[in-house]
Design a binder for this molecule. Structure first.
Ligand SMILES: [Zn+2]
Length: 376
C-alpha cells in the first residue's frame, strides 16, 4: 500500500526509518533532519507531518492527508528565517505561544522549522523549553544543513536523522524516472532548482519554466549589445516571467480561504491568511532564486569552456552560445560574474527589492562578460 514516505526521493534509509517509527507508534516529539540542499529533507518532513495529522497515519485519502499533500494543512506549520541574519527572536516566541493552542483541524500539530543552522543563540533560547517539552500532540521537525552547524543545545533535544547527499547521476535518474524527461532536461531542472530533485520534477513538467530558462539564457547573450535602457527592460521582463507562477499560488490561496471561511473561526482565518502571506513570499524567493540559479548554471558552463573542460558543460542545448561567450572573456571576469550572481541571490533572500537585484545583476554581468576589458 502506498504511504506518504514513498514520496521521499533518493533516501531509502530515511524512508525505512520514518516508516518504521510510524508503524510502531513511536514517533518522537522532536526531530532534527540534517543534510545538504537537495537531499529532500522538506519532502521527508511533510511526509512525516502527514502521517502525524492523519488518523490512519497517512492513508492518502482523507481530508487531512489531501491538505497535507498540498502543503496546506492548517495544523502543519512551516517556518523559515525572516531576518537578514537568520531567525528573529519574535518568530520563535510566536512558535512558543502557538504551540499551546489547540489544533485547528486535526488531533495533532506539526512544526517544520527550516534552516535551524540559522537559529542564533538568543532565538534558540526563546524556544528551548518548547523543544524539550512540547505538548503531547505536537511534533517538531527541524531541518539543518549539518549536525555541526546547529547549536548543541538544539541537537541534544532532538532525534537526529541524517540525510545522504544524492549523487548527481542518481538525482538525474530520479527526475527522469518520475517525469519521463530527457537526461538533459533533468540536469537543467536540477540546476535551476538549486539541486532539489523534488522541485526539479515540478520544473521539468512545466513548459513555461523551460521557456523562462531559454529566455534568461538568451538575455545573457543579448547583453553583449544591450544599452542601459535595454537592460532595464530585460530585467523587468525576466522579473515578470520569474514571478508568473505566483498568480496561480494567489488564486489557490483565495479559493482555499473562501472554502475555509464557511467553517473556520475568525482567528483560524487570520492564521490561514498569515500563513498564505508567508507561503507567497517564500514562493517568490524560490522563483527569483530559479532565475539566479539559471544564470549561475550558464556562467558555470562558460567557465568550464574557458578552463578547457567543454565536456563538463551542462546546458548542452545552448552549448554554441556558451562557447561564443567563452571565446570573448577571461576566467577572472567569469568568476567575478559568478560571485555577483551569488550576491544577487543573497540580496533576494534578505528581501532587497527584486527589481534592484535583477537590474544590478544584469549590469554587472554585462560589465564582466562584455566590458571593455574582455578579450575579444
Ligand atoms: Zn489520511
Amino acid at each position: 500500500m502506498p504511504d506518504p514516505f514513498d514520496h521521499i526521493l533518493g533516501q531509502p534509509k530515511v524512508r525505512a526509518f520514518l516508516r518504521g517509527a510510524v508503524k510502531a507508534g513511536r514517533v518522537g516529539h522532536a526531530y532534527l533532519f540534517t543534510g545538504m540542499a537537495g537531499s529532500n529533507k522538506t519532502q521527508a518532513a511533510y511526509a512525516l507531518a502527514q502521517s502525524v495529522v492523519c488518523k490512519e497515519h497517512g492513508c492518502g485519502d482523507c481530508d487531512d492527508c489531501k491538505r497535507a499533500m498540498r502543503r496546506k494543512h492548517p495544523d502543519i506549520h512551516y517556518l523559515a528565517p525572516e531576518g537578514a541574519g537568520g531567525y528573529l527572536i519574535e518568530q520563535m516566541r510566536e512558535v512558543m505561544n502557538d504551540v499551546d493552542l489547540a489544533p485547528i483541524q486535526s488531533h495533532a500539530k506539526v512544526y517544520i522549522i527550516d534552516r535551524v543552522d540559522l537559529l542564533g543563540i538568543q532565538a534558540a533560547n526563546a524556544f528551548l523549553k518548547t523543544l524539550e517539552e512540547p505538548p503531547e500532540n505536537v511534533v517538531m521537525i527541524l531541518l539543518g544543513r549539518t549536525r555541526a552547524s546547529v547549536l548543541p543545545t538544539i541537537v541534544s533535544r532532538c532525534q537526529v536523522v541524517p540525510f545522504r547527499t544524492i549523487p548527481t547521476t542518481e538525482a538525474r535518474g530520479i527526475v527522469v524516472q518520475n517525469t519521463g524527461c530527457t537526461p538533459l532536461q533533468a540536469a537543467v531542472g536540477i540546476q535551476a532548482c538549486g539541486g532539489s530533485t523534488g522541485k526539479a520534477i515540478e520544473f521539468v513538467k512545466n513548459l513555461e519554466r523551460f521557456e523562462f530558462r531559454a529566455r534568461v539564457i538568451e538575455v545573457l547573450q543579448l547583453l553583449e549589445h544591450a544599452d542601459d535602457m535595454d537592460i532595464l527592460e530585460y530585467a523587468q521582463e525576466l522579473l515578470e516571467k520569474a514571478q508568473a507562477p505566483l498568480d496561480l499560488v494567489r488564486k489557490l490561496q483565495d479559493d482555499e480561504l473562501a472554502e475555509s471561511a464557511e467553517f473556520a473561526s475568525a482567528s483560524a482565518l487570520r492564521q490561514i491568511e498569515q500563513r498564505n502571506k508567508r507561503a507567497l513570499s517564500a514562493k517568490s524567493t524560490e522563483m527569483l532564486t530559479q532565475l539566479t540559479n539559471i544564470v549561475r548554471s550558464w556562467l558555470r558552463d562558460v567557465l568550464m569552456v574557458c578552463s578547457g573542460a567543454p565536456h563538463l558543460v551542462i546546458n548542452e542545448d545552448v552549448a554554441a552560445g556558451v562557447r561564443e561567450a567563452a571565446a570573448h572573456v577571461q576566467i577572472p571576469h567569469v568568476v567575478a560574474a559568478l560571485s555577483q550572481t551569488d550576491e544577487a541571490e543573497t540580496a533576494i533572500r534578505y528581501n532587497v527589492s527584486p527589481e534592484t537585484c535583477v537590474d544590478v545583476l544584469l549590469f554587472e554581468i554585462r560589465e564582466e562578460l562584455y566590458g571593455s576589458h574582455s578579450a575579444g
